[in-house]
Design a protein around this ligand. Structure first.
Ligand code: NI
Length: 207
């Protein structure tokens, strides 16, 4: 089983090496990456260097001192991303004045279509403080790998180059020092997100 998984991962990695200019698939399988996050088997989080929806270059270090709510997805996602981003936006509203200590980040897994301009329009639909982040395929891959995000470009119609992006959809919570605290599964309600962030805002981080 493990040997097979390793082989499958090696095969995928081989594919991505063949097309280094556009990473379209995470180098590891969905099962392996979901396992790493759900059972906390590997360290989650790490440095990233991306461009925000106003065109500014941002790194993870810029966000120290705030809790980060990080979500990976893509703007053409038909339902999961908008649902979760809406919950994140509503959770921010529910936190009231405390929301100033929380930064919600949306990192695209589809940098080819999610340009700075496109992200600017999209993030404004969900919350005025939501920050959209994009970058080169390799910069996006680095961020996704750090958070053990699975993504895979699936082509509908090769002739029209129409595609979607399958992806894992955890909402990651990171503390003021950039340390990973945990995740909310896809579909977590705004109420639950707000309730679970509140103790961390009061400085009662248990780790
Ligand atoms: Ni999505």
């Amino acid at each position: 089983m493990n040997a097979l998984r390793a082989l499958a991962a090696a095969a995928l990695f081989g594919c991505s090496l063949a097309t280094p200019s556009s990473a379209q698939t995470s180098p590891r399988s969905a099962a392996e990456l979901m396992d790493a996050v759900m059972w906390n088997r590997e360290p989650i989080g790490g440095p990233f260097k991306l461009t925000d929806h106003t065109g500014q270059l941002r790194t993870d270090a810029d966000f120290r001192g705030k809790l980060m709510l990080i979500y990976f997805g893509f703007t053409y996602c038909p339902d999961i991303c908008p649902t979760d981003l809406q919950a994140i936006g509503l959770a921010m509203d529910q936190l009231g004045a405390n929301a100033k200590d929380v930064l919600p980040l949306f990192i695209t897994l589809d940098p080819e279509r999610d340009t700075v301009e496109h992200l600017a329009q999209y993030v404004s639909l969900f919350h005025p403080r939501l920050i959209g982040l994009t970058g080169s395929a390799s910069a996006v891959a680095q961020a996704a790998d750090a958070y053990r995000v699975y993504y895979n470009r699936v082509t509908f119609d090769a002739a029209k180059s129409d595609y979607t992006v399958d992806h894992s959809a955890f909402i990651y919570l990171v503390d003021r020092d950039g340390k990973y605290l945990g995740f909310f599964p896809p579909g977590t309600s705004a109420e639950k997100i707000a309730q679970m962030i509140e103790p961390h805002l009061r400085g009662k981080d248990e780790r």
